[in-house]
Each structure stands twice: as structure tokens, then as C-alpha cells.
Design a protein around this ligand. Sequence first.
Ligand code: ISJ
Length: 118
Amino acid sequence: MSDAKMETVIDDQAQSGGPQSQAARQVEELRADVDTIDAAIVAMMAERFRVTHRIGLLKAQAGFASADMHRESAQIAALRDKADDYGLDPDLAEAYLHLVADAAKRDHERLASQANSR
Ligand SMILES: C=C(O[C@@H]1C=C(C(=O)O)C=C[C@H]1O)C(=O)O
């Protein structure tokens, strides 16, 4: 147990028939859940992006700036609280918000420059 391994390819372990193959098969079962959850997260992120895109179109038309850090501060506080309720590291929830809000603002910048070049 003490040797520091850089990587274990679980698929190989599951097929080895060796003493660790049962643990490897359990890991594979749990990975199916991980894949289902990841697919749902990506679907929700796509939906979120469609909504923020509509916000970006409205901002570009009205001449509003892409960023609203007052709003983002409130979102971060709310998500950190929510993460705490669920037993998730609040830093992870905040990192998620930065990731998606930064992508949304880049999209808004593109929309604004398209509106300005017309
Ligand atoms: C989507 C908006 O634009 C930006 C992106 C945000 C987000 O992705 O949640 C939040 C605030 C803004 O900085 C918005 O103003 O609501």
C-alpha cells in the first residue's frame, strides 16, 4: 500500500482476475454513476449557457456591460451556502460559478462587438 503509484488503469485490473479485481469491478460500477452525473451536468450547463446567451443579446441591444460583479457576488454567496448545506466544499461551488460566468461574459463580449460592428 505504501508504494506511490502514478496511475492505475482500473479496466486492466478488473479483467486481471487477481486479488484486486473485485474492487476494480466495484469502481467500474460507480464510474457508470459518475458518467450519468457528468452527462446531466453538461446538459444543465448547456441550458444555462442558452439562458445567459439571451441575457447577452438583451445587454448588447441595451448597451449594458457584460459584467455585473454585484450580481456575481450574490450568486457566489448563495452557492457557497448551498454547497455547505449539501456537504460540498464551498470553494468548489465558487470555482464552478467563476467558470460559467466567465464563459457567459466572453459570449456577451462577442455579442456586444457584433452589435457594435453593425
Ligand atoms: C448572465 C449575466 O451576465 C454575467 C454573467 C453572470 C452569470 O453567468 O451568472 C452573472 C453576472 C454577469 O457578470 C447576468 O448579468 O445575469
